[in-house]
Design a protein around this ligand. Structure first.
Ligand SMILES: Cc1cc2nc3c(=O)[nH]c(=O)nc-3n(C[C@H](O)[C@H](O)[C@H](O)COP(=O)(O)OP(=O)(O)OC[C@H]3O[C@@H](n4cnc5c(N)ncnc54)[C@H](O)[C@@H]3O)c2cc1C
Length: 266
């Protein structure tokens, strides 16, 4: 999917207005609360008419416009593997408004879809005022404060092979709540051995992060109880979780290995 010329022209306006203190509003589920709780009044720039609400699945590649909502993801049969992720975000009213673009900027413990995109090795397209640029999601998330001045246009990734994408979100209150720990993983296998595992954690740092040590423990191995246990021990090695109303950092570190091991064993 590409953004139309007129949309690109409009996207060019965004950084210009932001330089004067404006902010992008997508679904508004976070930014409206921000404004209600005392942020100075600012110009809000809506992305409603940019045509960024399209979903394209072609030749194994998925491209989602930044304004695609969680509800739209959950409705799309081609995105079945992402349904558990979309369904785990807020209640129906939130899912109807919350966009995937906005989720990239959601502060921890939010950002469940961003964790899934990180496991899927997504690429983020954004307009910087001059041109559309692309960044791997990991780089994007690391720089997201700076990049918030730009307009995210779309998110794309290769559709995972059947059965390789795994997701669990641990919450204190069912059916949905903010995350205690979110784990998203793509575990591909070749000739019975794991090749190219990507594991992402949400609510375990300021933004979604990779669990590279656990990935390395799986690489080239046959999935079995001993390998799962070895990877689980390392799952939180690179994490820096926070204490918040949902859990302490200590609790997050304690339960992450347990849920990771269950996810892989299942
Ligand atoms: C009751 C409630 C429950 C929630 N539960 C969850 C949950 O379980 N999991 C979860 O992950 N989140 C949750 N959230 C947080 C939020 O709803 C989601 O993270 C959502 O995806 C944010 O998207 P939005 O479109 O509403 O963002 P907005 O509020 O419109 O924007 C959020 C930020 O992102 C920026 N932004 C938005 N779109 C773009 C873009 N295209 N380009 C550049 N900047 C952009 C805005 O300027 C703003 O700074 C919840 C929120 C509420 C109110």
């Amino acid at each position: 999917m590409s953004v139309t010329l007129s949309a690109a022209k409009q996207a060019r306006l965004v950084p210009a207005v932001q330089a004067k203190g404006g902010r992008i509003i997508a679904g508004g589920t976070l930014i409206v609360a921000d404004l209600n709780y005392g942020a100075d009044s600012v110009a809000l720039i809506t992305l409603d008419r940019l045509g960024l609400d399209k979903i394209a699945v072609k030749g194994g590649k998925v491209t989602l416009g930044a304004m695609v909502t969680m509800a739209a993801v959950a409705r799309d049969r081609r995105l079945k593997f992402l349904h558990p992720v979309a369904d785990s975000i807020g209640g129906p009213a939130v899912r109807a408004m919350a966009t995937i673009g906005g989720n990239l900027f959601a502060p921890s413990p939010y950002g469940d879809m961003a964790a899934a995109f990180l496991a899927l090795d997504a690429e983020i397209s954004f307009h910087d005022g001059k041109a559309t640029r692309k960044l791997p999601i990991e780089t994007f998330l690391a720089q997201r404060r700076k990049l918030q001045k730009h307009c995210v246009v779309s998110i794309s990734f290769a559709a995972p092979s059947a059965g390789t994408f795994h997701y669990v979100k641990v919450v204190r209150r069912k059916p949905v709540s903010a995350s205690v720990v979110t784990i998203a993983a793509v575990i591909p296998q070749k000739a019975g051995k794991i090749k190219g595992a990507r594991i992402a954690l949400g609510a375990m740092a300021a933004n979604a992060i990779r669990a590279r040590k656990a990935e390395a423990a799986l690489e080239g191995r046959k999935l079995g109880d001993d390998i799962i246990a070895a990877a689980a021990k390392l799952i939180a090695a690179e994490a820096s979780p926070a204490d918040d109303a949902y859990a302490t950092a200590w609790y997050r570190r304690e339960i992450a290995p347990v849920h990771f091991a269950r996810l892989l064993a299942a």
